[in-house]
Design a protein around this ligand. Sequence first.
Ligand SMILES: [Zn+2]
Ligand SMILES: [Zn+2]
Length: 276
Amino acid sequence: MALIEAPPVDMILFFQKVRKAQQAWAQELSIPLSDEQKKQVLSLLSKKEHVWSHELFPFDPTKLRIYGEEILELLQSMLDRDGTSTENQETLFSLGQLLQGDGADEFYRLLAEGDFEALEKKGSALSIDQPLLHYLIRAMLKPYLLASAKALGDIFSTQEWNEPICPHCGSEPSMGRLSTEEHGKRYLFCSTCETEWPFRRVVCPFCANEDQYTLPIYYVEEERHYRIEGCDQCKRYLKTVDERHYPKKESLDLYEEDVATVQLDLVAREKGLTQK
Ligand SMILES: [Zn+2]
Ligand SMILES: [Zn+2]
């Protein structure tokens, strides 16, 4: 069954609404860290292992169900506005079965346990596209990841991590930031859990290349606050916001900047660089 199709403007609005809801849910979820948890977190970080796991930060299936049903509702209301194609209606029907039907409790239990193989089986039994299922899974888990990232923020800011992966969830960075501290101290950003951590300036986070002559930087003069940090060895790149040239007054939201800088991805592609 095909992915949901909607005009791009509607899709952008939908993603914005989901993000707003996720942030509100994360606010409600308070995840206090016990001394035992703190000890485990520090021990993992010292071993250079990321800290998130189901055991340390368990999910509550009843809450996941609330998120799942609300995301489905947002999807429905986006498509209901101007009527929608039969294909979209069929997909919505299958999603309704998955997220609200008879087997829904089991779906949320599997989601809380992180049994992705079983979730994929459930999705394909209802002919739901894998990318759509993966999007929904990530969207439902995100409030928890945001909440635990927040609870761990103080620890991350005081610990030496300096690894090329997120100290919280272990994902690769999706964006970089050159701050106004120390003439452009570099931070990496993970869009999966929205954690930021300091990283050395002249080194590729994907292949550890440190040769500055093979680490090209691209930007356009009118938009010096955006740059592409490329690597000629592994041919990957990281979009980076240079705060020293950032004109906006409001606080920087790297998640939104990632979505808003698609033009940089096109430039990077022209230079022969890829994201993954
Ligand atoms: Zn992360
Ligand atoms: Zn590289």
